[in-house]
Design a protein around this ligand. Structure first.
Ligand SMILES: Nc1nc2c(ncn2[C@@H]2O[C@H](COP(=O)(O)OP(=O)(O)OP(=O)(O)O)[C@@H](O)[C@H]2O)c(=O)[nH]1
Length: 617
């Protein structure tokens, strides 16, 4: 490679713009990113597809962004220069806000997208505050101005009143129709600063993400803060101390493109035949072995999981594969935590920490798809803090580990501070719902004459289950929600055990407020009766607190074989049915004498959907 000339690099650095796009979910970040790729000819027209940066199948199927994504784009500006944009698309959902904060640490600017018909929503605020915390320059963009319900002037005022930033120069965009994109590209050049960072200083590059590739080893995504890195350099991870030789550097555009070097200001990837996945962590700093930096860059705050769930391979022999899969996935998801656990009912598995139910769902699905595992998962639980009569404090992430009631002095549960933004007419129903979920009213603020921000303190356990869905359905989709942890509070909580055929099934235990115990006990026994298939003997299903039975029902013995009926029928259908049964079987766990399907372990999540059901209506 030709010698790198510092003056040229300095010139190049002035033409770099690193920015992220932040917004509330569905306000149009990914569509704006698509338009930028299109208008800068980063992607040939024939290869253009919607939500190009949502590269995972899962993202496309669900229409949401889960992972951050960084791409390099070249833009020929009106001043005749070609600028290098590093665009970092981020997810909008609250469960993935850690992805947002990591991407913001790699950028100098943030495009704040607000939907012209919806205005400022809960995650608009949460994400813009993250950007302000990272001292980013904010460029407000009002999107979807083509919608009949768009009111850009009102939204402009709302941005100023609610967020407190100047929106008089906000770019008016319709990402769908391509309106305003040329202006946006110019404003990226003029409004965002070029990165600073000494090109001649020792290398310091922040790892903000990574993935495992079975051929190349770990592929690390980095933001170079100082110095230059190129193939052949010996590098060192400052926290883990591991050393490697760089084999390749490059950028995503949107596919991987090799480069001769990455320099201060660049956002790209690096490979170094890293096979040991334990040596690479998001938030670590890469430096040079020959010319090491003195101090690492500030990393990331570790994430505190909000919910825990047990993950077990349905085939016990694949316990080792599950561990390997979790380790590899952790590279790509710094918020994932796990520890081994054993269950009498389910065998060896892991207790895995998640940031919310969507995160949990996504992880389970990625484990199954990307690592070909069949999993049995237990219902999620928050972390309870238990003070025992002996003065000990225990953190309980698995309900079955709750000590006997006579050992317990007090149980505390995590609370959150929720802010719910909603049009006036729905305030009543939001408050009623929050109250029903044991919420304690905090304040109510007017956002403008039609919308309010209602704040509540609520138990996290109530909110993670189906609060959000309920909130959406009670407000015809208009409410938005954001929350922060707000400490622990003592509550009158009890553990409900489930007995199948007289034996307690540890993986089915759950903790609830005493006031809801009898009702939930009844609902869950009824649900289990529906879910667990009949077997050749009668199975009593009971819910109990200690020795006290709260509810009981029976699953009757079965009579006939499912396929018997279709003996003479279509052989195709029969094969399909058998196949379905076979796949279903993989998700069955033999618990003592009873075969329990996966769904049963999640039944507790469904218990307050069906309040009517409990009352026998
Ligand atoms: N009418 C109209 N619809 C738009 C516009 N921009 C985006 N949309 C639509 O709004 C929806 C959400 O757009 P996305 O780009 O996926 O939103 P996002 O903010 O990236 O969503 P997440 O990544 O899930 O947070 C899609 O159905 C888009 O087609 C626009 O300018 N006008």
């Amino acid at each position: 490679m030709a010698e790198i000339k510092i003056d040229q690099l300095k010139e190049r650095q002035k033409r770099i713009r690193n920015f992220s796009i932040v917004a509330h979910i569905d306000h149009g970040k990914s569509t704006i990113a698509d338009r930028i790729l299109e208008q800068t000819h980063t992607v040939a027209e024939r290869d253009m597809q919607q939500q190009l940066l949502d590269t995972m199948d899962l993202e496309r199927e669900r229409g949401i962004t889960i992972k951050l994504n960084a791409v390099e784009v070249h833009y020929d500006a009106n001043d005749g220069q070609t600028y290098i944009f590093h665009l970092i698309d981020t997810p909008g959902h609250v469960d993935f806000s850690y992805e947002v904060s990591r991407s913001l640490a790699a950028a100098e600017g943030a495009i704040l997208v607000v939907d012209a018909s919806q205005g400022v929503e809960a995650q608009t605020l949460a994400n813009v505050y993250l950007a302000l915390d990272n001292e980013l320059e904010i460029l407000p963009v009002i999107n979807k101005i083509d919608l009949p319900a768009a009111d850009p002037q009102k939204v402009q005022k709302e941005i100023e009143d609610v967020i407190g930033i100047d929106a008089s120069e906000a770019v008016m965009v319709s990402a769908k129709q391509g309106i305003g994109i040329p202006e946006l590209l110019e404003r990226i050049v003029s409004d965002f600063p070029a990165p600073e960072g000494d090109l001649e200083a020792p290398l310091r590059a922040l790892i903000f993400d990574s993935q495992y590739d079975s051929y190349r080893g770990v592929v690390v995504n980095i933001r170079v803060r100082e110095g230059v890195v190129k193939p052949g350099d010996r590098i060192k991870m400052m926290n883990t101390g591991a050393e490697y030789e760089v084999t390749e550097v490059g950028v995503m555009s949107p596919n991987a493109q090799k480069r001769d070097y990455l320099m201060a200001g660049d956002v790209g990837y690096l490979t170094a035949s890293i096979k040991d996945i334990h040596t690479t962590h998001s938030g670590d700093t890469i430096t040079s072995v020959q010319n090491p930096a003195q101090e690492a860059l500030p990393g990331y705050q570790p994430m505190t999981p909000m919910v825990y769930s047990g993950l077990y391979p349905s085939d016990n022999a694949r316990y080792g594969d599950l561990r390997e899969a979790l380790e590899k996935l952790q590279l790509n998801d710094a918020a994932l935590t796990f520890e081994p656990e054993t269950s009498q009912a389910l065998g060896f598995g892991y207790r895995v920490g998640f940031l919310g139910l969507l995160h949990m769902d996504v992880i389970q699905e990625r484990l199954e798809r990307e690592f070909d595992l069949d999993l049995v998962t237990t219902a999620p639980s928050v972390t309870y803090r238990v003070k025992t009569v002996d003065g000990e404090v225990l953190l309980i992430e698995n309900p079955s580990e709750l000590p006997e009631s006579q050992q317990i002095k007090e149980i505390e549960e995590p609370y959150i501070h929720a802010q719910i933004m909603v049009p006036n007419e729905y305030v009543g129903s939001v408050m009623e719902l929050a109250q029903r979920k044991r919420g304690e009213f905090d304040t109510l603020e007017y956002l403008d004459e039609n919308r309010v921000n209602v704040k509540y303190y609520m138990p996290l356990s109530e909110i993670i289950f189906n609060f959000f869905d309920k909130l959406k359905s009670n407000t015809r989709g208009y409410a938005s929600l954001d929350y922060d942890l707000a400490g622990y509070r003592a509550s009158d909580l009890v553990k409900i055990d489930i007995l199948l055929n007289g034996s307690k099934v540890d993986a089915l235990s759950f903790i609830v407020h005493r006031d809801f115990a009898v009702e939930r006990g009844r609902i869950i026994t009824a649900k289990l009766k529906e879910i667990i298939p009949r077997q050749n003997f009668e199975i009593p299903v009971q819910a109990a607190i200690g020795n006290k039975i709260l509810a009981r029902t029976n699953i009757k013995a079965y009579r006939k074989d499912v396929t018997a009926k279709i003996h003479t029928g279509d052989p195709d259908r029969r094969a399909k049915l058998l196949d379905k049964q076979k796949r279903g079987k993989a998700r069955m766990k033999d618990v003592g004498t009873v075969s329990v399907p996966q769904e049963a372990f999640m039944a507790v999540l469904k218990t307050d959907d069906d309040e009517k059901f409990a009352r026998g209506n």
